[in-house]
Design a protein around this ligand. Structure first.
Ligand code: HEM
Length: 122
């Protein structure tokens, strides 16, 4: 049985992968870079694997904490934010002319997610 600490380690590793790739892609696009770049696949694979690790380990921790459906507000909120971080890679390319704004929006949403899980305001 995988214990809570191991799930948290995997969860945090996945989070690093997601934001490492998002930051890199925003920076590339903010500097005028396009979707067709040599590093695109690596960034997309890192983002994808990160998302899966965040999800699987997140649910693993929920199980260890004995949290089941219906989810408390903080879990539902984090799930919605996870979907946004998932779609973000597509949105950065789609709204390239707003890349600078997306840099700050994604950063603010990431910090909000950490606030929600640490203080569980709802
Ligand atoms: C499917 C989505 C997600 C689920 C189900 C989920 C679930 C969880 C759970 C159950 C915990 C442990 C909470 C506790 O022990 O009190 C946790 C911790 C954490 N999650 Fe997530 N999470 C998700 C997405 C995210 C995302 C997208 C981020 C990105 C910033 C994130 C950041 C964190 C952090 C930083 C912790 C550690 C908090 C601490 O040590 O107190 N999670 N998550």
């Amino acid at each position: 049985m995988i214990d809570y600490q191991v799930y948290k380690f995997i969860h945090l590793a996945g989070i690093l992968m997601v934001f490492f790739s998002l930051g890199g892609v925003v920076m590339h696009v903010a500097n005028g870079g396009s979707r067709d770049n040599a590093f695109r696949k690596v960034a997309a694979i890192t983002h994808g694997i990160g998302l899966v690790l965040v999800l699987v380990a997140g649910f693993g921790m929920l199980a260890r904490l004995g949290i089941h459906w219906p989810w408390p507000g903080w879990v539902a909120a984090k799930f919605v934010l996870w979907i946004i971080f998932g779609a973000a890679l597509f949105m950065i390319y789609r709204f390239a002319h707003h890349a600078r704004l997306l840099w700050w929006i994604l950063l603010a949403l990431a910090i909000l997610t950490v606030y929600i899980v640490m203080f569980k305001p709802f």
